[in-house]
Design a protein. Structure first.
Length: 265
């Protein structure tokens, strides 16, 4: 109920009209959705949103799954500090972390200073206000969530399985690929879905690291609500983003997660 009422209000608002002199108009129609369907800027922002979300999810998978396995294999006295190091960024505000990346990625930032000191041709590079900066900042935010999701699955893994495989002569990589990964696949698939959905709906990091030029769907909706004051159009953008994320979730569950888990038994 707490979630349904605001969503219903947003949906109802998205069908209303708008006039810059009179504000929100008390009539209903599909005009906002028609405008978005024919707006190339919205199509570009939607494509960029899902491209960044997909790339961020893939990087988090490549980093988070092995990292969780390495931590799981550590001695108990080292495991606690390492977990704290991994989840530590979650204790800091997203805005603070994002401004930290601005300091690092600026033209005179630490990263460009290091590249200039190394004599790299073309340095300093334009790193800030690019999709690279947005993906980098989002990976920093989302990677701990992937690690925690896989870590939860590893907690249910019988350690005797890996030891039995090692006894039969399997190497560390084979043990991870043939024994560990199939058993932790629910955590991997669930973590990937969580990271994708949260990345697609993220606002602070894309807004700060992407600037005004590189817009995603969330920044477009915020611009309509706060700058142009066209609330119905902003509501329509938010509704379309919600539907796109829900559709992705359904497709992922039906065609990726369930078949994968069925094959794994």
């Amino acid at each position: 109920m707490v979630l349904a009422v605001p969503v219903a209000g947003m949906l109802a608002l998205s069908f209303q009209g708008f006039d810059f002199r009179r504000g929100v108009l008390p009539f209903w129609g599909w005009a906002n959705y028609v405008d978005l369907a024919t707006d190339p800027l919205f199509a570009e922002a939607l494509l960029r949103t899902f491209r960044i979300a997909t790339l961020t999810t893939a990087i988090c998978l490549l980093l988070g799954v092995p990292e969780a396995w390495i931590i799981h294999r550590m001695a108990p006295r080292r495991r606690g500090p390492m977990l704290l190091l991994v989840v530590g960024p979650l204790l800091v505000s997203v805005v603070v972390r994002t401004f930290g990346w601005m300091v690092l990625l600026g033209t005179g930032g630490l990263l460009n200073q290091a590249l200039v000191a190394l004599g790299l041709p073309g340095a300093p590079f334009r790193l800030l206000f690019t999709e690279f900066a947005m993906v980098l900042g989002l990976v920093h935010v989302m990677a701990p969530l992937m690690v925690l999701s896989v870590w939860a699955s590893l907690g249910r893994l019988d350690p005797m399985l890996a030891r039995a495989a090692e006894t039969l002569g399997a190497g560390p990589f084979t043990v991870f690929r043939r024994v560990v990964l199939p058993n932790v696949m629910p955590g991997v698939l669930g973590g990937a879905l969580i990271v994708f959905c949260l990345t697609a709906s993220a606002y602070a990091t894309p807004a700060i690291l992407g600037g005004k030029r590189l817009k995603v769907v969330t920044t477009m909706a915020t611009n309509e609500f706060l700058n142009t004051l066209n609330w119905p159009l902003g509501a329509a953008i938010a509704v379309l983003l919600l539907l796109a994320i829900l559709g992705t979730t359904v497709i992922w569950t039906a065609f990726v997660e369930r078949p994968a888990l069925r094959r794994l038994g």
